[in-house]
Design a binder for this molecule. Structure first.
Ligand SMILES: [Zn+2]
Length: 634
């Protein structure tokens, strides 16, 4: 069919047209564009969409140089956009991290850790940093220090659990130099045993600073490896159909030093994800100096369609409150930081900068709004400046009205999917049913974009967040969100595409499939609109296209994407396990369920064999554990 097409065809309207670079045809395309909601063909030339239509529109778009991909009647959606992702920091560390994201049992998680410790060279650590919680495991619990010691007797192991705790094995306690005399920073706790020695457990009580500063004592990747690590992380995001993200800055994310890897990839034209980033002042007391320097030298919108500045935040002034550790009481908010916040916001607005601001609790949001309204009262808060709150789990209806009055927006994440059980136990199921109050936000006409807040708490997998928006349950399956606070699938997808595009001022350019927009799309493994709700989190992309470039291809499309560079260092956990752990969807066939049961049974019997070996009841000469474990992990 392709060969019979006229070269540089004549459109039906009679105009000559250059052929497309890429055509995806035979797809069930959900465009997100109300003017044309469905189609079967998308054509892209020079990075922009030139056609959203049907097969009969094709002839004028296909030439000898056009790559035509048959989507095999699969669902095609606009590329996803995570509006709150610590993608730059995540990229610098990705190849150093063992990801437990999606791993179904603690047994498997510990097996991965044990094998990884064996291949980790001296001086390096094994670290598990976010993206998981004990509730996702069949065992429904966290690992213990003694399990980490058994899995890794000599290699330092650091396991970060949400904003709540870190678990270190003995070798890690030694490596970071904790002793009976160590003093935790305010808001942190080094748990001690009877002897007064640290046990290996660190608590955010309620501040997570101790966890992050301890993690920062570990080795980092060399500069060239950070570049490769970023490339692999972006590819891992492409695996789930993500084509854009708005970076939220983050602690230990210094500008410009820690932006070198993405800047270099952008310069070389090698980014596979569009990134709009925010600048986040790092040092308490120095926020205004940082913001003054930045506003004097750069402007929001600087950069290009791949990497651009989008304002300040998610932190503007360090304030000792709003810790999102739901196992601890809600912090009483001192307002000594309000003066600094006011100075920061005035400076930003006077310089024409938008911003985002981290706020979990209504108390924080109300105090921040007091500051904004004070500025607005002297005419210093111009309408039309892009600004938004991040998180907003407990924002009140009155708070939402005030946000709307100041022209603000919201960015919500599936943190409750990971922390919702702790939240529900502290504040009760009726508070959890409404956290965050997404429907109330939407009813007011507020712009609400979705995301994950990965990588240190939630997983970066957008389909978990999409499932949570629709289904309202934790990763352990616990129902949190009331029916009236859940959204339909099309709304969820819009929050993950068009809404994010608007937060970075690119609403006319991406988030929908329409002529003139960027050629960013994903062909999905399963139809998001028809799979059982509990299977949404198992969707992946089989073909991800950014700006008309195929950046990820799997399944029937394997081989269409440019191959990735080899993983350096070669002992990286990603070289052995990849990133997010793939498991069969629960709504899958009986055969899949049976296979899983057999694998679990094999693992049980292997556990029993190990128990016998350690007590001298069985010889330790068979390599059986290698075989057993591998079969249930792969
Ligand atoms: Zn935040």
């Amino acid at each position: 069919m392709v060969n019979t097409m006229p070269v540089g065809g004549i459109a039906r309207d009679g105009e000559a047209r250059e052929p497309a670079d890429l055509v995806v045809r035979n797809g069930r395309v959900h465009t997100g564009d109300p003017a044309r909601p469905t189609a079967s063909v998308v054509a892209v030339r020079d990075g922009r969409i030139t056609l959203v239509g049907d097969d009969q529109d094709l002839p004028s778009h296909v030439g000898p140089g056009t790559r035509v991909v048959d989507a095999l009647n699969r669902r095609v959606v606009p590329g996803l956009n995570d509006s709150h992702l610590h993608v730059i920091r995540g990229g610098l560390n990705y190849l150093l991290e063992l990801r437990w994201d999606g791993v179904p049992s603690l047994r498997t998680a510990l097996w991965m850790l044990r094998e990884q410790a064996k291949r980790t060279p001296e001086g390096q650590w094994v670290r598990v940093v976010g993206g998981w919680t004990g509730e996702q495991f069949a065992e429904r619990r966290l690992p213990t220090v003694s399990e980490l010691n058994a899995a890794a007797p000599d290699t330092p192991v650091f396991v970060l659990h949400l904003y709540q705790s870190a678990i270190l094995n003995r070798a890690a306690v030694r490596a970071v130099g904790f002793s009976r005399d160590s003093v935790a920073p305010p808001g942190g706790e080094i748990v001690r045993g009877h002897s007064g020695e640290p046990t290996g457990v660190l608590l955010a009580a309620p501040a997570a600073g101790l966890l992050y500063s301890t993690l920062a004592k570990g080795p980092s990747l060399a500069e060239e490896q950070q570049l490769g690590s970023t490339r692999h992380f972006l590819h891992e995001l492409n695996r789930f159909g993500l084509t854009s993200a708005i970076d939220a800055g983050g602690g230990f994310q210094n500008f410009p030093e820690n932006y070198a890897a993405v800047l270099k990839l952008a310069e070389r034209g090698e980014l596979t994800l569009r990134i709009a980033y925010h600048l986040f002042p790092q040092a308490a007391g120095q926020e205004l100096d940082d913001l003054r320097r930045w506003t004097a030298t750069t402007r929001p919108g600087d950069g290009d369609e791949w990497l651009r500045l989008n304002g300040a935040g998610e932190n503007l002034a360090w304030s000792p409150a709003d810790y999102e550790n739901f196992t601890e009481p809600r912090p009483l908010r001192p307002n000594q930081a309000d003066g600094e916040l006011e100075a920061a916001v005035r400076l930003l607005l006077d310089s024409g900068w938008g911003f985002r601001l981290h706020a979990t609790y209504d108390e924080t949001i109300r105090a921040n709004l007091d500051v904004f309204e004070r500025i607005a009262a002297d005419g210093g808060f111009p309408r039309g400046v892009p600004w938004f709150f991040d998180h907003a789990e407990t924002v009140s209806p009155a708070g939402l009205d005030r946000i709307a009055a100041l022209g603000g927006a919201l960015s919500v994440q599936n943190r409750m999917m990971f922390q919702g059980s702790a939240f529900s136990e502290r504040y009760g199921p009726s508070a959890a049913a409404d956290a965050p109050p997404i429907r109330r936000m939407l009813e007011r006409g507020l712009l609400v974009a979705a995301g994950t807040d990965a990588t240190r708490v939630s997983s970066y997998n957008p389909w978990l967040s999409l499932e949570w928006l629709v289904r309202g349950r934790t990763v352990g399956g616990r129902l949190l969100a009331a029916e009236e606070n859940r959204v339909d699938r099309a709304t969820a997808l819009r929050m993950y595409t068009a809404a994010g595009a608007r937060l970075s001022g690119e609403g006319e350019l991406k988030g929908v499939l329409r002529e003139g927009c960027y050629g960013d799309l994903a062909v999905l493994s399963e139809d998001f609109f028809t799979v059982p709700e509990e299977d949404i989190s198992h969707i992946e992309s089989l073909l991800t296209v950014v700006g008309g470039r195929i950046v990820y291809a799997a399944g029937e499309f394997e081989g269409l994407a440019v191959p990735l560079h080899t993983i350096e260092p070669s002992w990286s956990p990603v070289a052995f396990y990849g990133g997010f752990h793939r498991t069969p969807p629960p709504g899958g066939s009986d055969g899949v369920r049976q296979g899983r049961a057999v694998a679990e049974a094999a693992a049980e019997s292997e556990e029993h064999r190990q128990w016998r070996i350690t007590r001298g009841f069985a010889p330790d000469n068979a390599p059986a554990h290698e075989i057993f474990d591998a079969c249930f992990v792969l």
